[in-house]
Design a protein around this ligand. Structure first.
Ligand code: DAH
Length: 344
């Protein structure tokens, strides 16, 4: 029996030594020390030996067990190091490989126009304000001198949600909101870019479009302030050589009212297909705030005067980037949008 134990010990240690990886090492452990292992088998056979010999054999089995266990432990450490090195070798990062390309979005042309205008007007001391797109008839029309039944309401094909609520047809609605919100009735200098809606849909009109509104109210504001401001605005957006032309017009919330044309930036004023051979392109609506509008929104027209203007952001984007169909701005086609990358 002693020899048998000795033999098991030697072969076990030999197999431990030859184990190639952690898995085969574990197989050796099960083979000799497991429940059904060879050494355990010897202990099971102890019943057949004499009382005196039992502790001796038991002792031998335990020492053999310990020795095998120690050999396994040692080998295990060795194999772990080898496996770790192998893993590190395989996971080595090649820093010369090209990186995975991250797809970047680009800023929408309308947002570019808005940001450019915000920078310009903020630099002139204006605040940027917001208003609801779901507006009331009161703010979109009535407080802007457009009572119910006023013929000028027909100029704007309105999406009504209920008889009182509508999708705002013009950012001019924010004029009334800003005046009403200003409880102390202090001077105002704001721009309001935002979405507007009308029942249109063709190459130059979309049912959703963008506008930007400007409103200045203070003591002693005159037409000269309006002209100067619009010159800065248009030249900044469409080129320093642009000329402006003020044409008398009609808007219910301004008196006098003007439509402003800019000299055609494609032909320089000579006449082409863009300006329909006139040399001019209509760019915005403007005027001096109507005394009724001041009064209706809590400002004393004897003390205060002001000017306002409004223009389409889509038109500006189309002119600036040479876009011929307004619907492209809302189609979310990445082939179109990618052209407006971050480079400029
Ligand atoms: N709200 C007008 C429109 O949608 C544009 C406009 C004209 C705005 C004159 C103004 C203004 O502030 O003074 O056609």
């Amino acid at each position: 029996m002693k020899e048998q134990i000795e033999k098991i010990k030697i072969t076990a240690k030999e197999e431990v030594k030859n184990a190639l990886d952690l898995q085969s090492l574990d197989e050796v452990r099960v083979k000799y020390l497991g429940k059904k292992g060879e050494l355990t088998g010897v202990l099971r056979g102890m019943g057949a030996i004499s009382q005196e010999e039992r502790p001796i054999i038991g002792g031998l089995v335990n020492t053999a067990k310990e020795e095998i266990e120690n050999a396994i432990k040692e080998k295990e450490e060795e194999l772990k190091v080898i496996e770790l090195n192998k893993k590190l070798e395989n996971e080595k990062i090649d820093i010369t490989l090209p990186s995975v390309k991250v797809k970047r979005g680009s800023k929408h042309p309308i947002n570019r126009i808005i940001e450019e205008l915000e920078d310009l007007f903020v630099s002139m001391g204006y605040d940027v304000v917001d208003g609801p797109e779901l507006e009331t008839d009161e703010y979109c029309f009535e407080r802007l001198n457009l009572p119910k039944g006023h013929p000028a309401r027909d100029m704007q094909d309105t999406f009504y949600v209920t008889t009182e609520y509508l999708l705002r047809t013009q950012t001019s609605a924010v004029q009334a909101r800003v005046m009403m919100d200003n409880k102390e009735k202090t001077p105002i200098r704001v721009i309001c870019p935002g979405k507007t809606y009308r029942r249109d849909d063709d190459a130059t009109h979309s049912h959703q479009f963008g506008q930007i509104e400007g409103l200045v109210i203070d003591e002693g504001i005159s037409l000269a302030h309006l002209k100067g401001t619009l010159e800065v605005f248009v030249k900044h957006m469409l080129g320093a050589d642009s000329k402006l032309r003020f044409r008398p017009s009609y808007f219910p919330f301004t008196e006098p009212s003007y439509e402003v044309d800019v000299s055609c930036f494609k032909c320089g004023g000579k006449g082409c297909n863009l300006c329909k051979q006139t040399g001019w392109i209509e760019i915005l609506g403007s005027g001096m705030v109507h005394p009724n509008v001041l009064k209706m929104n809590g400002y004393d027209p004897e003390k205060y005067s002001g000017f306002a203007f409004g223009t389409g952001l889509d038109r500006l984007a189309m002119f600036k980037y040479g876009i011929t169909d307004i619907r492209l701005l809302y189609a979310n086609d990445v082939r179109f949008l990618n052209q407006f990358d971050r480079k400029d």
